[in-house]
Each structure stands twice: as C-alpha cells, then as structure tokens.
Design a protein around this ligand. Structure first.
Ligand code: EPZ
Length: 422
C-alpha cells in the first residue's frame, strides 16, 4: 500500500485541469450494456473504480478498449448474467448494473454493492422500484441478489428520497422497458443530466433530468454507434478549491463550469475565499488569509451543498477564525475522518450528524489514516496547512476518486509525495 508524505506551509500557485467525473462515467459505462452498437466514451478519468467497471463489462463478454481518456465498448454480445463478486463488492455504483442487465438480458446475479463506509447505504429504493417495473428479486442469499424479468414494464415511481443511484438504476431499466416510466422526486445532480444526455445519444426518448421529474419511453432495442464526452468532476474541482483555501495562494481551475460548483463556491466565499469565474470553463481561486468560520452548513441533495464536499470543508474550518457547525443530512456516518484530524490538533465535537468545529490557530503534521475517499481528501486539505510533516496511510481510498492527486498538487507548489509502504 502507498502513503502520502506532505510538508505543510507551501502556498499553491498555478493551473489545474479538471478531469472527467467519476460519478458520471460509472453509470454511463453501465449504460453501454443497453447498446448492441459501439459506445465511445471520452474524458474518462483514470481511476480504480473505472477500471473495475471495465473489468465487469469484459466479464459479461463485451469487448472493451481503453486509449488514454477514451473507453470504447462494443455491445454485440453478452455471454453471462453473473457479475463477478470480487468486482461488484468493490464499489457502490455496481448496483446500477441491475437496471442495465434487467433491461438488456432480463436476468442478473450480483453481490451487494461496496463503496465508502459512510453509513448502512441500503438499496431498498432500488429494489422496490425495479419490482414495480416487473423484476422478480430473490432475497439476498449469501450476499448475492438474483433478479429476473421477461421484459421490464414502464411504471410511475415516486422516490421517498432523491437517491442518485436509485434514479440512475430506474433510468437504465426504463430505457428498454415496455411503455413509459416516470420518476418523481428524482435526483437532480449534474451526473443524472449527463446520463440522460448519453441515453438520448443512444436514441432513448428521455427528458426532465435535473428537474426532479424524469420521463422515459422504453425502446425494444438499442443499436447505435455513439460517441459521448463525460462532464468534469465537480467534487475534484471543489476539493482543489478547498486545498487552495487552506494552503493560501492563487490557482486557476480549467475545464469546469460555474453552476455545478456554485454551492461549494458559496460556502467557500462565506469563509472569505475569493472565487471568480474568469471564462465559461475557467475559475480563479485566491486565498490570502485564514478562513472565517461559518455559522451553520447543512449538506443536501443537489443543488445544495454536496455531502461529498463535507469532509474537505470541515478540514478547512478546523483552522478558521471562530466556531462552525456542519450538519450531514445525507449519510448517517460520514465523520470517520474527524478523529484523524484531531490527531493533527483539530478541535471538533461530533454528535450523530452534527459536527461543531472550533477553529484552532495551528494544526500539526501527524501520522494519520485515510478511512474513505472524501475523508482521505480532508486529511490532505488539513496537511497542506499543518505545521511540519504529515503521513497519510491507505491512500488507496483517495485514489478511488482522484487521479494522481499528489502529482496535481505538486504541480501547483504543494510539498507532497507518494511512497510505497515497505
Ligand atoms: C452517490 O451515491 C454517489 N456515488 C456518492 O458519492 C454521493 O455521496 C451520493 O450519490 C449522494 O450525492 C456514486 O455516484 C458512485 P444516494 P448513492 O442513493 O447513489 C439512502 C463519493 O464520494 N438510500 O443518493 O449511493 C443512502 O443510504 C460518493 O464520490 C437509501 O436509504 O447515494 C443515503 O443515506 C460517496 N435507500 C441517501 O439515501 C436506497 O435504496 C443518499 O444516497 C438508496 C439510498
């Protein structure tokens, strides 16, 4: 396993290119299962979860080629309905393979999804929606879900929470279902809109993504040669902004529009960070002083402040002037990283979903463990502004969502390097 060694104190200056979005490319790769033609996906980030999704597609019998940031999936034939347990259990997004496989093949065996340990992460909304569309789903047996349907049927679905994954699962199942599906209280994230745009490219009649109500008219078959470029990663962009806010300096983010990061920008501006769009896809971030505390921040579904930016913001607020309160409304247990920040001298009290962060004058470099993807990113944010050396273990968690984070941060002046565990 590898670890990061970070010397705190360097200001950041320079330009960073924003890569394709992990949480957009994963459902889009799953959607290629629906297509008997060739799907060419551009701007794919080079991440472990993307490689895992590629492995799964290959294990189904699909021919998959990757060249730099482009992944091509040839959809002629699928030879099995079993998803390898070793792959599906690695990430949360494997659950949307149910919708794609039920649409294309009509049967799937898949293990319960994996992903960051930030709460129980049930799949009840996924299963009840797919059942309403005609899927028979056997109960979990030794961790394996078996589901089949002669043909999925369009249905009206009301989600009791705007679940991103459940919305994606239904969109995929509906694309080859008989009739019309309506998803109400659908997730509105930009990644949902990206999936809709891709499905439209494949000839699926789908509309409403981003509004909370999505309409899909299923097709009998999808056979199209399509080419599509994935949206940039708004969470990577927000993480870079928070690194600059913590370390001080001025960076230019290239390739990200303002709207998808507007709630993160709003929060960071409240901390006193200067953030301005300088062009349609270029944002400047400037921070020359200690951040101010924020009275209360709640995470919420898009377009609210994203839960995937909560750990990074808490790390920044650890050295703010004053006391801040952060309320995590999306996941039950997303403060696992706090005890690691406290090893660095942070003063944070967590009660269930509420974190009270008393800003301290200094953080001190420490030996810390990344416990999940965004919690690991939070440790990087704190290490950049801590005095002395920090060693972050288990950076495999961080690598799931950030391409060579150490190379990108080094390129703008951070003293960070990766070493292999002996
Ligand atoms: C997606 O997870 C993202 N992952 C997460 O990003 C992100 O935090 C989350 O959406 C919210 O934006 C991917 O896209 C791969 P949800 P997902 O279904 O789909 C509960 C990251 O760091 N729920 O919107 O799993 C669930 O437990 C990751 O990149 C049910 O109760 O999120 C949670 O409390 C972390 N039953 C809430 O809904 C269900 O059937 C939101 O979950 C489904 C979800």
């Amino acid at each position: 396993m590898s670890r990061f060694i970070i010397e705190g104190g360097n200001r950041l200056n320079g330009e960073l290119k924003i890569p394709g979005a992990k949480n957009a490319v994963l459902p889009i790769l799953a959607a290629t299962i629906l297509n008997r033609g060739t799907s060419t996906i551009h701007n794919c980030p080079d991440l472990e979860d993307v490689a895992t999704m590629q492995e799964i597609l290959v294990s189904l019998g699909l021919r998959v080629e990757r060249s730099n940031k482009t992944i091509t999936v040839y959809g002629e034939n699928i030879v099995t309905n079993k998803i390898p347990e070793s792959s599906a259990g690695k990430m949360r997004s494997s659950i949307v393979l149910m919708g794609a496989m039920l649409g294309r093949v009509g049967e799937i065996y898949i293990s319960y999804p994996g992903g960051c340990a930030i709460g129980p992460r049930p799949i009840d909304m996924h299963l009840s929606a797919l059942r309403k569309m005609g899927a028979e789903i056997d109960d979990l047996y030794k961790g394996i879900l078996h589901s089949k349907a002669s043909r999925m049927r369009g249905a009206e679905i009301l989600l009791d929470y705007p679940s991103v994954g459940a919305t994606e699962n239904i969109m995929l199942a509906a694309s080859l279902a008989e009739g019309v599906t309506i998803i109400r209280n659908a997730a509105k994230e930009p990644e949902i809109v990206d999936l809709q745009n891709f499905l439209q490219q494949m000839g699926v009649e789908i509309s409403g993504a981003g509004t909370g109500v999505i309409y899909i008219t299923g097709r009998d078959e999808i056979k199209a040669d399509v080419s599509y470029s994935v949206i940039p990663d708004r969470i990577v962009a927000g993480t870079y902004m928070t690194c600059a806010a913590a370390a001080g300096g001025e960076i230019i983010l290239n390739g990200i529009e303002y709207e998808p990061v507007s709630s993160t920008v709003y929060c960071l501006r409240n901390c006193g960070v200067q953030i301005e769009p300088v062009d349609k896809k270029i944002i400047r971030v400037k921070s020359d002083r200690v951040p101010k505390a924020i009275e209360v921040v709640r995470t919420s579904p898009y377009p609210g402040f994203p839960t995937d930016m909560q750990p990074q913001l808490v790390a920044l607020l650890s050295k703010a002037v004053g006391t801040s309160v952060v309320i995590e409304t999306v996941f039950e247990n997303r403060y696992g990283y706090v005890e690691q920040l406290m090893r660095m001298g942070a003063d944070i009290t967590v009660r269930e979903r509420v974190a009270v962060i008393k800003g301290v004058k200094r953080l001190t470099g420490a030996f810390v463990d990344a416990c999940d993807l965004r919690g690991g990113a939070a440790l990087v944010v704190a290490s950049l502004t801590a005095e002395g050396t920090s060693i972050i273990n288990n950076v495999k968690h961080i690598d799931r969502g950030y391409e060579s984070l150490e190379e990108h941060l080094s390129s703008v002046g951070a003293a960070i390097k990766r070493v292999q565990d002996d």
